[in-house]
Write a protein that binds this ligand. Structure first.
Ligand SMILES: Cc1cc2nc3c(=O)[nH]c(=O)nc-3n(C[C@H](O)[C@H](O)[C@H](O)COP(=O)(O)OP(=O)(O)OC[C@H]3O[C@@H](n4cnc5c(N)ncnc54)[C@H](O)[C@@H]3O)c2cc1C
Length: 427
């Protein structure tokens, strides 16, 4: 068979769905082009550790070229996809070039959503990429520096006031770790502030944090957060955010550092397919993850909206994305070999974990519900295990061991310009 005749599979996105599909097709006679706008695969579940200076960027990411270097049927292309033309079977890139495909897997994930308030983004950054994590790390570390240099007690307090909006797993992890940094990591390091006096608020519009867990675990998570020093504010939505703080009901809360961990919107590439989307912009796929009338076009991972047989949606989590990627590969393999294709995609739910801080986590695995130290060990083991394939899994483990016993966070380096910002209260 000539190279031209070898079927061409284009995969957009080297995240969990795209990468797992690519690797599962390693021994197939198919030409794969994997396009991503970043040169690396990112382990997003540990992004908060980079944002809070516990780990460095390369500890949780690896170059796609390195991961796939030995897979001869793959070509990695660094580029941003802007549009899919499903009639012409082509993918348009931002540099004006295009890629034609026989089969397409669109797995470009999700991004933050500010519920129609995109103007909040500049004062309340979110966490999705390594760039976001490094910018957030800088913002958090600089807030303590600004507080140290600020003579006015009110402004000093505002620099030492931190808020995380959104009580899902990312918000909880960030708030818990921030409280730990303030109370332990920075102890004895400043001369004009007591970092332990910093206020860390976790704001959740709904009635409880970690609402995908059973009530009892969610309550335990709240207690563990409060024990770490986090003020948990539930039941009131944030109605505005600016550089000085945020509005919560009738009250304006001064806070120079607000982090957004509340909303998720699907990658805008879904909208270029000209098919039905759900409210978050996710593509309503068929049970086999294809588009109606387009068996050659698959959508997987966070960008795909699929309801399971029990009526519940497939959640936007890493295991679901990996399983979808693998399912697409199984379908393609069956087609290539003229064998019966697998049935509809079924999500195997192995449980739900969330960490809160040092030695604090919750775990929900079927009938098993754990919280506290045991849950934290479970969480740690699972995360190190899933980092498999990254060169520095051992480095991560060592880093954590040191951090969790000494409270030190080794990545506390502030890059770039450290000039103080123009103070909006000083005109
Ligand atoms: C901070 C954070 C913490 C999380 N914690 C957990 C957790 O603890 N457990 C868990 O199970 N899940 C967690 N998740 C969710 C999990 O990471 C996602 O469900 C999973 O990454 C989805 O995989 P995906 O392949 O669909 O998308 P992604 O992994 O997001 O990959 C999408 C890829 O597409 C690329 N891309 C996007 N747009 C374009 C474009 N236009 N052109 C080219 N390339 C593009 C991106 O660069 C990226 O590499 C977390 C997510 C975040 C943000």
């Amino acid at each position: 068979m000539t190279r031209e005749r070898t079927p061409h599979l284009v995969i957009v996105g080297g995240g969990f769905a795209g990468l797992w599909a690519t690797r599962a097709l390693a021994s197939e006679r198919i030409r794969i082009t994997l396009v991503d706008r970043r040169n690396h695969h990112l382990f997003q579940p540990l992004l908060y550790q980079v944002a809070t200076a516990g780990l460095s960027a390369p500890d949780i990411a690896a170059p796609l070229r390195h991961i796939l270097g030995h897979q001869r049927n793959v070509e990695v292309r660094l580029g941003e996809v802007t549009r899919i033309d499903k009639q012409a079977r082509s993918v348009q890139l931002v540099d004006g070039t295009s890629l034609e495909y026989d089969t397409l897997l669109l797995a470009s994930g999700a991004t933050h959503a500010y519920f129609g308030h995109d103007e909040w983004a500049k004062d309340a950054p979110g966490l999705k990429t390594l760039d976001d994590a490094i910018a957030l790390r800088r913002k958090l570390l600089l807030a303590f520096e600004r507080a140290e240099a600020e003579p006015d007690p009110e402004k000093k307090a505002a620099w030492l006031s931190f808020a995380v909006v959104g009580g899902g797993p990312t918000g909880v992890e960030l708030a818990g770790t921030l409280a730990e940094i303030a109370r332990h990591t920075l102890r004895n390091e400043f001369r004009h502030i007591d970092p332990a006096s910093a206020r860390v608020r976790l704001v959740e519009a709904g009635p409880r944090v970690l609402s995908t867990f059973p009530d009892v675990l969610s309550l335990k998570a709240r207690r563990q957060l409060e024990k770490l020093g986090v003020e948990v504010l539930t039941g009131t939505p944030v109605t505005s955010i600016d550089s000085l703080g945020f509005q919560l009901g009738e009250q304006f809360v001064p806070a120079r550092t607000v982090v957004w961990a509340a909303g998720v919107a699907a990658s805008p590439l879904g909208a270029t397919l000209d098919v039905a989307l759900d409210r978050a912009g996710r593509v309503l796929v068929q049970p086999d993850l294809t588009l109606p009338g387009h068996p050659e076009l698959f959508v997987a991972g966070d960008l795909a909206a699929l309801t399971q047989a029990d009526g519940r949606p497939v959640p936007g989590v890493a295991p679901a994305a990996k399983q979808m990627g693998k399912h697409v590969a199984d379908t393609l393999r069956a087609r290539l070999h003229g064998k019966p294709v697998p049935g509809p995609f079924k999500y195997a739910d192995y449980g739900n974990l969330a960490t809160i801080g040092r030695m604090a986590a919750i775990v929900h695995l079927g009938k098993l519900q754990l919280s506290g130290v045991l849950a934290w060990w479970f969480w740690l083991a699972a995360h190190v295990f899933f980092l498999i394939g990254f060169r520095n899994r051992m480095v991560v483990l060592l880093n954590w061991a040191v951090a969790y016993w000494s409270y030190q966070r080794s990545a506390r380096i502030i890059f770039g310009d450290v000039k103080p910002p123009k103070d909006p209260t000083r005109g």
